[in-house]
Design a protein around this ligand. Sequence first.
Ligand SMILES: [Zn+2]
Ligand SMILES: [Zn+2]
Length: 307
Amino acid sequence: MALGGLLVAVLCLAIKVVAWLVSGSGALLSDALETVLNVLAAAGALAAVHIASQPPDEQHPYGHGKAEYLWAVMEGTLISLTALGIAWGALHEALHLEAPAAPWRGALINALAVVLTLLWLCFLNRAGKRQKSAALLAEAAHLKSDVWASGALLLGVALIPVTHWLWLDPLLSAAVALNTLWTGGKMIQESCNSLMDESPRPEVVNAVRQAIQAHGTEALSAHNLRMRHGGSQLFIELHLVVPGPMSVTRAHSICDRIENAIQHSVGPSSIWIHVEPDTAMAKGAAARVRSGELPINPRTTAKAPQG
Ligand SMILES: [Zn+2]
Ligand SMILES: [Zn+2]
């Protein structure tokens, strides 16, 4: 998948270089130079996906999933820098308005690369969502901002010779710069949130809570439920309150049931359950209020001693 991205990027670079050689257009040259960044970005995504797929080892017992977020932050930075470059170019053009040559043939060849990129990014976007891969989604978002940029460039090349609206080119470039900056900024923000162990989306949290309540029968309640993402893997921990006299074997089988139910509901996850007897409830009351108690078996809870 990521290897395919590298091949597509190299192919697009080749097409855009040909487009520039045929036309000699400065705009098409800068577009080709931007594609060099894409080749680097695709190589980076390839490395990130590879590292993230490595199983946990002695040095990284929680796995390597965060490599993808780290890469997404770098890719977001790359995109933002590109946006600044485009904005700079737009400013320069606005100050030196002049009719560009009409590099029709070059533009047509360049359009081929745009179509290729568009097809690839749709494919990448779907795969990224399916595999919950931050690196693949970042790559798709990057390519999307490139397609906007190239589309605007081609529109300018096609329309200016006909309409003689010289201000169209810098205006389009400025719009593309804003769009690109927005894409890069959003990517950095989202990936930083994941690196900071942000809670999963409310739907996921609710699904986990429901799985605990539906399959933790025999237990009394749960608290200190915490979740975070590490790549496509979810890490979940919680405290489970069971009646004091319950045997370890019985309590463990409840845990196994809850673990299976959660995995079934939200996919592959690493779950850590701390079992405690209901006699500890009074002592843990303050912490419980802070983290929100999740009642599992209200009937039994009512009978249990309250602190
Ligand atoms: Zn506890
Ligand atoms: Zn177990």
